[in-house]
Design a protein around this ligand. Structure first.
Ligand code: PRP
Ligand code: URA
Length: 206
């Protein structure tokens, strides 16, 4: 399965501060936004464009415009931390939501909310979820998107565990993963190591 490990010196600095347990929620939110800008830029690199023209104050110039229906689907809660970056780079995107929550004992995700545009067959779909741990949440979300016609989903994550990558490769091998870090693995509570802790809790200070 395509795994894109997005790399940039500025991202390393942001990731170090995201991982730092001393980082406060208000800084964490800004850092999540900033790293998401890099990830979204990379994940959208091959979007189709249409050739045209634009009138500058001087003359007519050749121009290129985005020519794709783009749908972004953040997974509640943590994916919301990546949405503004996505919309700042792709303002025309439609937005859908999946509410997924892992059971604290079993780490198995359950879906509690879904509001996703129908007929995704002609859309380029981006799933936004910063943590790919067991892969259960992402696999459930991709399945839900495919049920709405999505042909190929791009998962934009911030930290991924090998277990989650393997799970998606088995359940939804056509999914492309864009991530800033491929970490060592999971602990016995299915948290990513070294990871950055509970993303949603750190984002919202809960
Ligand atoms: C976190 C994270 C992912 C999921 C990843 O959400 O945002 O959605 O865990 O874990 P998985 O790969 O093992 O499924 P969580 O269930 O903690 O909910 P929250 O975003 O509301 O905190
Ligand atoms: N969800 C998180 O927020 N962090 C992890 O390490 C795993 C799942």
């Amino acid at each position: 399965m395509p795994l894109h490990l997005v790399d940039h010196p500025l991202m390393h600095d942001i990731m170090t501060r995201l991982r730092d347990r001393a980082t406060t929620s208000d800084d964490f939110r800004v850092l999540a936004y900033r790293v998401s800008l890099f990830l979204v830029a990379e994940a959208t690199r091959d979007l189709p464009i249409a050739e045209g023209t634009v009138e500058t104050p001087m003359e007519t110039a050749a121009a290129r415009r985005l020519a794709a229906r783009v749908v972004a689907v953040p997974v509640l809660r943590a994916g919301i931390g990546m949405l503004q970056a996505f919309l700042d780079l792709v303002p025309s995107a439609q937005v859908g939501y999946f509410g997924l929550e892992r059971n604290e004992e079993t780490a198995v995700a359950r879906r509690y909310y879904e509001k996703v545009p129908g007929d995704l067959g002609n859309a380029v779909v981006f799933l936004l979820d910063p943590m790919l741990a067991t892969g259960g949440s992402a696999a459930m979300a991709v399945e839900g998107l495919k049920a709405r016609g999505a042909r190929r989903v791009r998962l934009v994550s911030i930290v991924a565990a090998p277990e989650g990558v393997e799970r998606l490769a088995a359940d939804a091998p056509e999914t492309e993963i864009y991530t800033a870090a491929l970490d060592r693995g999971l602990n016995d509570r299915k948290y990513i190591l070294p990871g950055l802790g509970d993303f949603g809790d750190r984002l919202y200070g809960t």
